[in-house]
Design a protein around this ligand. Structure first.
Ligand code: NAP
Length: 265
């Protein structure tokens, strides 16, 4: 089995990365940064986002596992004290693979130029670089509302505990194939009106965001921020691809939610 290790870049994560690399090589596993079967991310959830994007073209062949060097993460759920156990499990046990849904985002342009396609593990956000975002939101081909405000966030179930949660979105179990749309500070008065509640779309529903006047947007895909101009539409739906996590022990999602947000122990 081939493996790769990515690090957050701080001293603690770098030294753990080196240890994991040496231990796995001692078990005769091959280090392959380009085509790993398993990628061990050391740092936090943010580090796993980077690893995901590094290997997004081989998601069907690379599984991820996360070690956290800070607080408990949703993607990074192993602690540094457990790395010997983790290394033995990787080297000796056929691991279980858990798949989580991803978000597909397709940006199309007015000049008919080549569309841009992205996959997000957490979410996509749509904002204006300057001024209020004014867009039409279509769901399954029908106009749903004209949104005016700071922006829109479209998240995956596993991303629902990230930015989406800060926007009062619901926490979705990652076995649910859906995307969630949440508003960022919508303008609501007697003239302008939006639904105000988060919307959860099933995998066979597509949402389309279309400019009303200004067609330049600041679009984030997880940690990446990309400026797009001359935009005709931004299409969001559940992707065909999935992210695969290597599981060596049960760690139920709701337990992670509880330990991250409710209780300390
Ligand atoms: P960052 O600003 O350095 O970190 C954002 C925080 O989000 C970190 O504490 C990170 O955990 C946590 N996080 C990432 N994915 C998560 C998940 N699925 N569930 C729970 N927490 C999660 O940015 P970054 O490291 O480049 O990560 C980009 C992400 O930041 C975006 O995808 C977005 O979700 C999030 N973000 C959140 C807000 C907000 O909550 N208001 C605003 C902007 C962006 P770790 O410390 O373990 O890495």
């Amino acid at each position: 089995m081939k493996f790769a290790v990515t690090s957050k870049g701080d001293n603690v994560s770098n030294s753990l990365m080196q240890k994991i690399k040496t231990y796995l090589q001692d078990f005769s596993l091959e280090y392959d940064e380009d085509k790993p079967d398993i990628c061990i991310s050391v740092g936090g959830d943010g580090t796993l986002l980077y690893a995901f994007h590094r290997y997004r073209n081989r998601l069907d062949r690379t599984a991820f596992v996360g070690v956290h060097t800070g607080h408990l993460g949703f993607y990074a759920d192993w602690i540094p004290e457990e790395i010997e156990k983790l290394v033995i499990a990787i080297a000796k046990t056929p691991y279980q693979v858990i798949e989580y849904p991803l978000l597909e985002v397709i940006v199309r342009y007015k000049d008919g130029g080549k569309e841009s396609r992205y996959l997000a593990l957490n979410e996509c956000t749509v904002k204006r670089a300057e001024g209020t975002l004014v867009v039409d939101l279509e769901i399954k081909g029908d106009i749903f509302e004209t949104f005016r405000g700071d922006g829109l966030c479209i998240s995956t179930p596993s991303g629902s505990t990230a930015y989406n949660k800060a926007l009062n979105g619901a926490i979705l179990h990652p076995s649910i194939e859906a995307i969630q749309i949440t508003e960022m500070a919508s303008i609501n008065n007697r003239v302008f009106r939006t639904v105000g509640s988060p919307l959860i779309l099933p995998s066979h529903h597509t949402c389309m965001i279309k400019p009303v006047n200004a067609d330049d947007f600041s679009i984030t895909i997880d940690h990446l921020n990309i400026f797009h101009s001359d935009v005709k539409s931004i299409q969001c739906r559940v992707a065909h691809e999935k992210v695969r996590f290597a599981r060596f022990r049960p760690f139920p999602f709701w337990q992670r939610v509880r330990e991250s947000f409710v209780a300390d122990e």
